[in-house]
Design a protein. Sequence first.
Length: 245
Amino acid sequence: MAAPLSIRIDRTTPVPLYHQLARSIESAIVAGELSPGDRLENEVDLAKRLGLSRPTIRQAIGELVDKGVLIRKRGVGTQVVQSPVQRCVELTSLYDDLANAGLTPTTQLLEYRVHQGDPDLRRELQLADTTEVVSFTRLRRADGEPLAVMTNHLPADLSPAPGELESDGLYRALRARGIHIRLARQRIGARAAEVQQAELLGVAVGAPLLTMSRTAFDDSGRVVEVGQHVYLANRYFFETTVVSR
């Protein structure tokens, strides 16, 4: 059964009609109004109901197909594949974002080691020569599906134990220790999946990945952690609000 949506198209705005429609459908998926496996109305009915042309409908659906949110099946129609994970660009953890979105986050600890760290890493962490570093890599899943590979580096005296990292999120574990992240510098980018990343995330080598590098500070201004994360580009996106000055 096709799932009709309440969609409002604003013809007074310069935002293209197809993009408005695509965003409305994607928002409905993120909000849980459409679930994986649900079908959309067919293009003819949707175009008639919204007063849009069929090419506009096809362009909107094509945008979401390209993002991996929808899939077209001959004889079946257009179906929801999966819900993308939306993350605002603010100081939150992926674990908390997934839980708040109604998804079940799970963590597989791939590596955990205590070491001295190279000079560049020690400089980023602002460590004295005698302080050891803990580095670990985790595979984060959402509802059982791989989503991100995360590598983090912390001063050894702050780092949670391996068991804590598999049972909870890093920032939750830090808060439980009385450590509160107050400020972070981060950079968002993109890259092609390398062999190990592709194997862990279940994609082809060279598939597009989103990247985020973050340096986080506590109340006193001490560097708490440095992280480098990669995310599946077809399941994950960052959202920002831009204000004119």
